[in-house]
Design a protein around this ligand. Structure first.
Ligand code: GKR
Ligand code: MG
Length: 429
C-alpha cells in the first residue's frame, strides 16, 4: 500500500465566547484536517488545532508523505524530522494551548495513517494500539465562564429558537450560579459524571466559590477539577487549594512551571496536581521526575506527537507513579474518535477525559455529531477510527474558514474587542 496524496484543509467551526486565562475565544475555532489517500483507494483522517503555520508545514510535508507505506511510521517520522527538525519544549509558549508546530504535523499524519492501517486490516484503531481495555470511554463536563452568545455567525447574539443544551450553551456564565446552571444543563444533555471548571478568568476566590457551589449542587460523588492555566502566584494557588481541600479530584496547572508546581504540591500534600502545561513533552520528563511537579499528566496525542507517543507516555506515567488523564481543545469528531480509541487502549488512563465537544455544534462526519451515552463515547467495531468524512460539510467548513478571516488563535485580541487594552499576563493573581 502506498500513499498517493495528502489533502490539507483548514476549517473554522462556530465557537461561543468562552473565557480563559489568555482572554476570550473567537467566534470560530480553527482546525486543520488531513486526509491521506492510498493507491488502493482508502483514505485516512487526522485533525489538529488550526494555525496558518501548522497548515503550511503540513502542505510542505506532503512531498515526504506521498509514496510512503502508511505502516512505516518510523520511516515517515524520521524523514519529517530530517526535513523540518523538531520543536524544542520552549516553543510551547505561555498560552493555555500548545503552540508547537511539528508535534501537530506529525500527529495529524500519524492519526491518518492509523485510520488507514485500520481500514486496510479491518481492525479498529484501538486494536492497533494494543487492544481495547474498555468499550466505553468516559469524558468529563468542561465548564467555562462565558459571555452571552452562540458564537459563529451569531457572535454575542443568541438564537431565540434554540432549545435544550443548544439554548443553555448560549447563556452567560459569570458567577457561581451561572456555572452551576451550565453544569446542570451540560450534564443533563451528555450524562457526564465528572466536572472540570476552566479557571484563570475570574478572581481566584470567585472561582473557588464556583467550585464550592458545584460541590453543593452535585454532592461529593461528582469529581471536580479546577484549571487556572498557570496564571496564579504560588501563594494564591496554595491559599485557594486550602479552601478546596477535600473537594478537588485534581488541581490542574494552578501555577506556571515545574518548580512552582512542585512548591504548590509540597505545600498542599494530599491534593493531586495535574498538568497539560508544565510537563508536555518527553524533554520535560526528567524535570518532572526530579522535582515531582505533578501527580497526573494530561496526555494529548495532538501535542505529545501522536498515538504511539501517547502510549509511550502512558508507560512512563506507570513507571514513575503518575496518574494519566486527557486534555482537549475545541475540536470536531476526528479528534474525538482518535482520543477515544487511544483512551480505550490505555489501561492506566483512569480519569474521565476532557472534551470541548459540547461547545461545538458543527461536524464534518457522515451521520453528524458523535453521540455521548451517559458521558461516554462508545468505541466502534468498524475499521480505523470508525468514521467517514462528509465532504460537503468539510467544504462548507473550509469556506467558513476563508470567510471568517482568522488564521491563528489569539484570545487576547478577542478579549480586547470587549475590554479595550486588556493584556494577557503570564502570572496574574
Ligand atoms: O479552550 O480556552 C480553552 C482552554 O483553555 C484550552 O485552550 C486549554 O488548552 O483546555 C485546555 C487546558 O486544559 O488547559
Ligand atoms: Mg489544562
Amino acid at each position: 500500500m502506498r500513499i498517493t496524496d495528502m489533502h490539507v484543509t483548514p476549517i473554522a467551526i462556530a465557537d461561543p465566547p468562552l473565557l480563559n486565562a489568555a482572554g476570550l475565544h473567537a467566534p470560530y475555532a480553527l482546525r486543520t484536517i488531513v486526509e491521506i489517500v492510498t493507491d488502493d483507494n482508502l483514505y485516512g483522517l487526522g485533525e489538529v488545532p488550526g494555525s496558518a503555520a501548522t497548515t503550511a508545514a503540513l502542505e510542505a510535508a506532503r512531498e515526504v508523505v506521498v509514496g510512503k507505506d502508511p505502516f512505516q511510521l518510523n520511516a515517515i517520522q524520521a524523514e519529517l524530522i530530517a526535513h523540518f527538525g523538531e520543536d524544542g519544549a520552549g516553543a510551547r509558549g505561555e498560552a493555555p494551548w500548545d503552540k508547537r508546530r511539528m508535534v501537530h504535523v506529525y500527529s495529524a499524519i500519524e492519526v491518518a495513517c492509523f485510520d488507514l492501517m485500520g481500514k486496510a486490516t479491518g481492525r479498529p484503531v484501538c486494536d492497533l494500539l494494543g487492544g481495547r481495555v474498555r468499550d466505553r470511554v468516559e469524558f468529563s463536563a468542561y465548564l467555562f465562564y462565558k459571555y452571552e452568545g452562540a458564537g459563529g455567525a451569531l457572535g454575542f447574539e443568541t438564537d431565540p429558537n434554540a432549545t435544550g443544551w443548544a439554548a443553555a450553551r448560549q447563556r452567560a456564565a459569570l458567577d457561581p450560579e451561572g456555572i452551576v446552571a451550565q453544569a446542570k444543563a451540560m450534564c443533563d444533555a451528555f450524562g457526564f459524571r465528572s466536572i472540570k471548571l476552566k479557571g484563570g478568568a475570574m478572581p481566584p476566590d470567585e472561582e473557588a466559590d464556583a467550585i464550592l457551589a458545584l460541590r453543593e449542587a452535585f454532592g461529593p460523588g461528582t469529581p471536580l477539577r479546577l484549571d487556572p492555566n498557570a496564571i496564579w502566584k504560588v501563594e494564591t494557588a496554595i491559599r485557594i487549594g486550602e479552601r478546596l481541600r477535600g473537594v478537588l479530584e485534581y488541581y490542574e496547572d494552578p501555577v506556571r512551571g515545574q518548580e512552582n508546581m512542585a512548591k504548590v504540591r509540597t505545600a498542599l500534600k494530599d491534593i493531586p496536581l495535574a498538568t497539560n502545561m508544565c510537563t508536555t513533552s518527553f524533554e520535560d520528563i526528567p524535570g518532572s521526575v526530579r522535582l515531582h511537579s505533578e501527580d497526573i499528566i494530561l496526555s494529548d496525542h495532538h501535542f505529545w506527537g501522536g498515538l504511539r507517543a501517547s502510549v509511550e507516555l502512558a508507560r512512563i506515567c506507570r513507571t514513575f507513579g503518575r496518574g494519566l488523564s486527557m486534555h482537549s481543545n475545541s475540536h470536531v469528531g476526528i479528534s474525538l474518535m482518535a482520543m477515544a480509541h487511544l483512551a480505550a487502549a490505555t489501561p492506566n488512563l483512569t480519569y474521565a477525559c476532557d472534551t470541548h465537544y459540547p461547545w461545538q455544534s458543527e461536524e464534518l462526519l457522515v451521520g453528524g455529531r458523535i453521540p455521548f451515552d451517559e458521558g461516554c463515547v462508545v468505541i466502534p467495531n468498524e475499521p480505523g477510527l470508525g468514521i467517514e468524512l462528509d465532504r460537503e460539510a468539510l467544504a462548507r467548513l473550509h469556506e467558513q474558514y476563508k470567510a471568517c478571516g482568522l488564521t491563528e488563535r489569539n484570545d487576547e485580541v478577542e478579549m480586547q474587542k470587549v475590554q479595550p487594552g486588556w493584556k494577557f499576563q503570564a502570572t496574574r493573581w
